[in-house]
Structure formats: C-alpha cells, structure tokens
Design a protein around this ligand. Structure first.
Ligand SMILES: CCCCC/C=C\C/C=C\C/C=C\C=C\C(=O)SCCNC(=O)CCNC(=O)[C@H](O)C(C)(C)COP(=O)(O)OP(=O)(O)OC[C@H]1O[C@@H](n2cnc3c(N)ncnc32)[C@H](O)[C@@H]1OP(=O)(O)O
Ligand SMILES: NC(=O)C1=CN([C@@H]2O[C@H](COP(=O)(O)OP(=O)(O)OC[C@H]3O[C@@H](n4cnc5c(N)ncnc54)[C@H](OP(=O)(O)O)[C@@H]3O)[C@@H](O)[C@H]2O)C=CC1
Length: 324
C-alpha cells in the first residue's frame, strides 16, 4: 500500500500497488502479478443455491464447480463423458462436503438437454446459477474445414448454449424463478480470428444471444453475463490449439502480465458474476486475459522491445528532424 500525500501533508488515499518481482532484476512481469488461489467470496455465498455447469467435468468448468461448491452451492455438472463427470463430482464433493451430481448430456441435442433438465429437477430442482461453459475447438486453416468440421464446433458452442438457455429459461419463467446465466466465450469473439473460424463465429453468436437476453429477460428475474478468457492452460484447449507446444512462449511474451491465467482465477470471477454481489450486473462482457487483447491490438506495442539506448538514438533522430 502507498499513501498519496496532499501538499498540506494530509494523507489522501491508500493505493494498492502490485507486488514487486519475485527475483530482483527479473525482466519477467509475471513476478508482479502472482495469482491468488482459494475462494474469494465469503463462505456460504451460495448456500441453498443450485448451480448447473456444462462441461463441468474438466478444465475451467471443473474449477468453477469447485469454487461454487466450496462456497456452499449444490452443483450439477453435465457433458458427454459420464465417467469423467462422476470422477470430478466425487472428488469435489468429498473435498467440500456439498452435493455434486453428474448428468450425461450432449448439448447439441435439444431432447438430451430436456432430459437432463428433467433429471436435475427431479434431483434438486431448477437452478439459480447456469454456466454455459461446454465448447469444442481446434486449429485448422479454413480452406481445410469440412461442413461436418464446422458443425462439430458450432453445434456445441452456439446451438448447445442456445438449447441449454432456452430449455432452462422457459422452465424458470414458467416457475417464476430468477437466475444468473453466464457464458464463457473468448477474446477473439470480439476481434474474430483466423484458424479457429467456427469457434470465433459461434462464440460471437453466444455473445449476441446473451446480450439480447439480458435486455429481454430481465423482466423475468434473469441476468446474463459473459466472460472472455485469455489463455489458461487446460488439456482440452491446449491439446487442440497448440498440440506441439510451439506457440506457448510467444503467447506469454505478448501478455503484459507475463503469464497464463489460472483456472481458479477465472472461477473466482465466475462466482462473483453468478452471486448476489453482482445482482446489478447484466449484459456485461468481461475480458479476463492479462492484457493480451489490448497488447495485440495497439499498433505501437512492439516498441516494448526497444532498449533505452535505442530510445536515446530514436529521440535524437526525431528531434533532429526539421520541417514536414
Ligand atoms: C497462436 C498460438 C495459439 C496457442 C493457443 C494455446 C492455448 C489457448 C489459448 C486461447 C484459447 C482460446 C479459446 C479457446 C476456446 C475453446 O473452446 S478451448 C476448448 C477446447 N475443448 C474441446 O474442444 C473439447 C471438446 N472437443 C471435441 O470433442 C472435439 O475436438 C470436436 C470439437 C472435434 C468434437 O468432437 P466430435 O464430435 O467427436 O467430432 P469428430 O472427431 O467426429 O469430428 C467431427 C468433424 O470435425 C473434423 N475435425 C476434427 N478435428 C479436426 C481438426 N483438428 N482439423 C480439421 N478437422 C477436424 C473431423 O474430421 C470431422 O469432420 P468430417 O466428418 O471428417 O468431415
Ligand atoms: N482454456 C482456455 O485457454 C480458454 C478456454 N475458453 C473457454 O472455456 C471453456 C472451457 O474450456 P476448457 O476448460 O479450456 O476446455 P475443456 O476441453 O476442458 O472443456 C470443454 C468441456 O466441454 C464439454 N463438451 C464438449 N462437447 C460437449 C457436448 N457436445 N455436450 C456437452 N458438453 C460438451 C467437454 O466435456 P465432454 O467431453 O465430457 O463432453 C468439456 O468438459 C470453453 O467454453 C472454452 O471455449 C475460452 C478461452 C480460453
């Protein structure tokens, strides 16, 4: 903490500065931005709440389920692989002491989604928190994509999110029950990106869906928010987007905070957005990427590589220029 002093000598405010680098003389910014693990919200923030998380058996979905469960929620996780879901559900509930149910559901199939919701209602009721996290993706030059390849991603991401949202939304409206809906998209939902075109198109569609429903379904007590994560190591993502590991270093180099995100960091943000502390937040799109997006966007940001000596020389050249 650092105090800002007024000329009168009075302390104006306390400002929190990032922690200093771990290694002195280290040029790695990640030393300033150490991740904090553990649940951020007060214990019991989700007591008596039911959370439904698609793709909750692995990666970021698992991390979000863990934090919600630690905070007192009962959770239902759903995806295609029941064995994976059951293992995760068992591990989380044994750690937190709260129920985690595993339900098989292929979100591409609206009837399977309806059956899954029937099962959840029979087990625990309708959810208070819905997290649309399930996704599919792979890198591929677009000219190599087949129609089925396009469908394999867009069906999970856009149609899957729509089927889950429609099924639960309609039932919640009928029951006059409010809920928080959260979608996990990606930073390139906004910019688009080559080589992951079905994912970019589908995630952009999810964002349009959630922003639209934030406007339309507030009257039913429903909030809709979006997190756009930057790179966070998970087996599912990295095995399909950087299978050889070749791109990881260059990716980290362009992130101003100098490191990948951690699943637990994303999970804390998701928990906040899904909690009563965020009851005035709807229609929000939150980029959570260590600064990667703006770093890639600014035309002059590569000048970070210019050394102090080179700056001296550049300044002299610029100042020495006369006229236009
Ligand atoms: C510049 C460097 C960048 C480095 C990046 C590193 C890290 C990440 C950083 C940021 C990430 C940002 C966003 C991330 C978004 C994500 O969504 S990550 C989550 C990824 N997780 C998953 O994908 C899990 C689920 N995925 C799957 O189950 C499968 O991958 C699939 C989506 C393909 C669906 O499986 P399935 O339904 O079983 O499909 P099939 O195997 O039958 O295939 C269907 C058709 O798709 C074609 N296909 C499959 N893979 C490829 C490929 N690699 N290239 C081309 N085509 C592919 C397949 O051939 C089938 O089509 P045909 O029938 O042959 O026509
Ligand atoms: N990790 C990262 O760097 C980033 C991730 N994201 C997003 O975060 C979310 C989680 O990704 P991540 O944890 O990394 O990757 P994972 O591959 O671990 O997660 C994807 C999940 O989706 C489930 N899923 C896939 N297809 C279906 C389907 N048809 N029906 C139901 N569930 C399905 C999978 O389970 P199963 O196979 O059992 O069906 C899996 O649990 C995704 O929305 C992804 O787009 C966004 C930006 C960056």
């Amino acid at each position: 903490m650092a105090a800002v002093m007024l000329s009168s000598g009075r302390k104006l405010l306390q400002t929190r500065f990032p922690r200093p680098p771990v290694r002195s003389g280290s040029a790695r910014p990640s030393g300033f931005f150490a991740p904090s693990e553990g649940a951020m919200l007060p214990a019991g923030s989700f007591r008596d709440r039911l959370a439904f998380i698609t793709g909750g058996g692995t990666g970021l979905g698992r991390a979000m389920t863990m934090v919600l469960s630690q905070l007192g929620a009962r959770c239902v996780i759903a995806s295609r692989k029941l064995d994976v879901l059951q293992e995760t559900a068992g591990e989380i509930s044994s750690q937190t002491g709260n129920q985690v149910h595993a339900l098989q559901c292929d979100v591409r199939d609206p009837q399977a989604v309806a059956r899954c919701v029937d099962q959840m209602v029979a087990l625990s009721g309708l959810p208070d928190v819905i997290i649309n996290n399930a996704a599919g993706n792979f890198i591929c030059p677009t000219e190599r994509l087949t129609p089925n390849g396009w469908r394999s991603v867009t069906d999970i991401v856009l149609n899957g999110t729509a089927f889950v949202t429609l099924e639960l939304g309609k039932r919640l409206i009928q029951a006059q029950k409010g809920a928080s809906f959260l979608a996990i998209t990606t930073i390139y939902a906004e910019s688009g990106s080559g080589f992951v075109v079905p994912s970019a198109a589908a995630k952009a569609g999810v964002e349009a869906l959630y922003k639209s429903l934030a406007a339309e379904w507030g009257r039913y007590g429903h909030r809709f928010n979006i997190i756009q994560p930057g790179p966070i190591r998970t087996k599912g993502a990295f095995s399909r987007l950087d299978p050889t590991g070749t791109f990881e270093k260059s990716m980290i180099d362009r992130i101003p905070t100098g490191r990948l995100g951690k699943p637990a960091e994303l999970a804390n943000l998701a928990a906040y957005l899904s909690s009563d502390f965020a009851s005035w937040m709807s229609g929000a799109v939150i980029r959570f990427d260590g600064g990667e997006y703006v770093s890639m966007a600014g035309e002059f940001n590569e000048l970070r590589k210019v050394t102090p000596d080179q700056w001296k020389m550049l300044e002299a050249m610029i100042k020495g220029t006369k006229g236009s």
